[in-house]
Design a protein around this ligand. Sequence first.
Ligand code: ADP
Length: 493
Amino acid sequence: MKKRTIVILSIVIAIIFIVVVAVQFNYFYTLVNMRVASFDGSVRRSMFHTARMVEDAETAKYLSEAFMMEEGEEVLSSASMGNRETPDMYGIRPAQINHSLDDISSHMHDRIRRSFIRKKVMLNDLAMRWLKEVPDMPLTERINVRHAEQYLAHDLANNGISIPFYVRLIDYKGNVVYETAGTDSVVTENTAFYSVVLFPNDYTSQTNVMRVYFPDKKECIMARVKDMATTSFLISGIMLITFIFIIYLLIQQRNLMEARTDFVNNMTHEFKTPISSISLAAQMLGDESMSKSPELTKNLTKVILDETKRLRMQVEKVLQSALMESEKSVLTFREMDINDMIDGIAGNFQIKVRSMGGELATDLAAAESFASVDELHFTNVIFNLLDNAVKYSKPDVPLSLIVATWNDRAHKLLKISVADNGIGIKKESQKRIFDKFHRVPTGNVHNVKGFGLGLAYVKNMVEKHHGTIKVESEYGVGTRFIISIPYISHFDD
Ligand code: ADP
């Protein structure tokens, strides 16, 4: 896939994601607003109902007083005239049956008129008393607070609001004359509250107010929204991570493709040089027209041998890589003394190091030196590290190579380190040297050919031995690779 395609794909995904998140935000913002509006509306309705109920209750109180007064008067008036005759329910006495209908009707009319006047006077009195009494009466006496609270709770519940609320009554002087028990400890300055004017029909301009606080309003409104929002943003998050992961895989795939192309070019070059050298030497040897001194023959033979060896080495590397690729590659583990093994490899390698003026030292201090390894592959691992130390040595400084072993008893590990005084690896490159086909950009520092496969193979093999490998390196000073694999304990502690 082209780099541009990946970039365009990433941008499109980023835009889609931003749009999705923005739509989600907008949706939840609107939803919350709607819930707030519905909550406000319900509370206001319930409070209005309660205020009206409170006013109705006061009216009923006065009316019942008036009714009682009227009853009292009626009893008095009927007592004053009752001894003479007993009126039936229409006030018609049996002795008057003979009277004409007109008389009866005028008598009734008279009584109704008198009753009406009496009631009107009484109501007038009542209204006057009501008007006079009420402004001076404490608010708490005008309202049955417990009743009002119950009524409000009931009405709120009918409107779907069943969270705790706290009531405060504030009279026209601004004094709090009543509050629900616990209001002080729960209600803060920021608690949402609603107000309603009590007795709006009073003739005075004094406004008494009932305030209702809802400490849990936010939670009530956010309750369901929160769950929905969390789920939906979580899904978006997972989507984003998946997208990022896919893009990452694409980039990695692309890099691998590039590296593979480089590898093929590199390999062709690496193979071509020895092949052409060999074929040239062979041609010269076979050319009968050319006189060959024993010296020349020896030289040509040496070229052929050396180049063949080089070719074999290259083939070996590619084979190692192929082996590493196939998951099926079976390792045959055997318990081996790693100190012995390293001693053997170091002995063989010493010749190579000495021939270039360097020195290889060993410090095999691991007491627990047995581990379960595949002999061939583990030898390759150590060999690759030593080979790299030679390949990446400084041309002007004699190579000093130290191979050491020791134990980390706490973790039951056998540690093997290969340290050199070579060119070193820059910090930023250290992370990637174990990647397949990765070669540190060499610039002018060194010009060693390789496929970038050696360390990938080493890491792969160490992991197949249930171990780890890390690198410590300072650019221009040297490099140290440390392998840790589990040892097989021979000294029980
Ligand atoms: P190759 O040697 O074929 O390039 P490797 O996987 O063996 O591939 O190494 C990867 C890179 O790590 C090398 O290109 C080199 O730059 C760096 N490297 C490995 N070993 C050493 C070392 N001992 N000193 C300095 N650089 C090293």
